[in-house]
Ligand binder design. Structure first.
Ligand code: ZN
Ligand code: ZN
Length: 373
């Protein structure tokens, strides 16, 4: 057992409060990681707001990066001292895991969200106690709960990276960046010369823009409401931008595509009207990938007849990425200067998570990353 610092959310709508917590001993298939950095993602804030199910009070954080301190029985993919990026966990045995699609694992939702405990029902973390009372805390979030100085991590959430990998910059690879790159490369797989529209130029959308820049596309259109984000999108590879608060997005798309619409679209906003717009602006046989996570029960309308010309709409989790395959590729792209993640990241202390969230909502920061230690 180890006492460490963690940011705890007490209840839906409550702030992050840093306090001492006690980690359980490392078990088979687990690794104790000293967390160096962890990105803040909208899914953390969705849980904090109560729109995504998770056991609160609990510890969030699912874009961790750190150094292996202790390896549990049976773990041979990493050793003490290895640098690791943390991503989502999966069972490794169901049909989708075996087929190379662990983001669609049969037990993805309970293992990454909801329960806050291990698959056998035991807790990875508890309150330090001392005042008596209930010491239960939700942990095991995405197999990691990395808004903490140390985390007990599922083996399948771990990806080993080179010793010179800059963890403080690369932490967001595990969710947001993987989602953007994976959605473009794995799911949409746009043909050379085709067109792509990215709705929402936050971390996921800008990752999609960077992924698209590495492909020979005719046009990449970024759509957002924050002028600074659109400027950044253009610098990172968008060939065109549209400010939805002042521009007629349909006209921009029509102008860029000679009236055909885009061959592929990504909605990162999870705003129903934007999802509708992304579908409406598709070309014949175009595909719209929906990657944002709104509160459960959110519905969006579409014109049924409008879909008939071969349009597709597909929901995507984590870019349908297999972390041990995709993350090392992204680390290598960063090393070669082709994935300038520094442009998106601003660093905060663990105590500043609520301020970081406010900066993200206001468009002042694209990707907050907390630094531990
Ligand atoms: Zn599985
Ligand atoms: Zn995320």
């Amino acid at each position: 057992m180890l006492t460490t610092r963690a940011a705890v959310v007490e209840a839906p709508g409550a702030p992050f409060v840093v306090q001492d917590v006690v980690l359980d001993d490392v078990r088979a298939g687990e690794v104790l990681v000293e967390v160096v950095a962890a990105g803040l993602c909208h899914t953390d804030l969705g849980v904090q707001a109560g729109g995504i199910p998770f056991a609160l009070p609990g510890i969030l954080g699912h874009e961790g990066a750190g150094v292996v301190v202790e390896v549990g029985p049976g773990v041979d993919r990493v050793a003490r001292g290895d640098k690791v990026l943390l991503s989502y966990t999966s069972c490794g045995r169901c049909a989708n895991c075996r087929g190379g699609h662990p983001a669609y694992c049969a037990t993805w939702v309970p293992d990454n969200l909801v329960t806050g405990v291990r698959r056998d029902g035991t807790a990875t973390v508890r309150r330090s106690g001392g005042q008596g009372g209930d010491t239960r805390l939700g942990g095991h979030f995405f197999g990691q709960s990395s808004f903490a100085a140390h985390a007990i991590v599922d083996e399948r959430s771990l990806v080993k990276v080179p010793d010179d990998a800059p963890l403080e910059v690369l932490a967001p690879l595990g969710c947001g960046v993987q989602t953007g790159f994976g959605t473009v490369w794995n799911v949409l797989d746009p043909a050379p010369g085709s067109t792509l529209a990215v709705f929402g130029a936050g971390a996921v959308g800008l990752a999609a823009v960077m992924a698209a820049k590495l492909l020979p596309l005719a046009a990449v259109i970024a759509v957002d409401l924050v002028p600074e984000r659109l400027t950044l999108a253009a610098e990172l590879g968008a060939t065109h931008t549209a400010d939805a608060s002042t521009d007629d997005v349909a006209k921009v798309v029509a102008d860029v595509t000679d009236g055909r619409g885009v061959d592929a679209a990504i909605d990162t906003t999870a705003v129903p009207a934007v999802v509708r717009s992304a579908i409406d602006l598709l070309a014949v046989r175009g595909t719209c990938a929906v990657v944002g996570a709104p509160p459960a029960g959110t519905e969006a309308a579409f014109d049924v007849q409008g879909l008939l010309p071969g349009k597709r709409v597909v929901g995507v989790t984590l870019g349908d990425g297999e972390p041990e395959t995709l993350l090392p590729q992204l680390v290598d792209l960063h090393r070669r200067g082709l994935l300038p993640l520094e442009r998106l990241v601003r660093h905060y202390a663990l105590e500043e998570l609520d301020a970081a969230a406010a900066d993200m909502h206001a468009g002042r920061t694209v990707k907050p990353v907390v630094r531990l230690g």
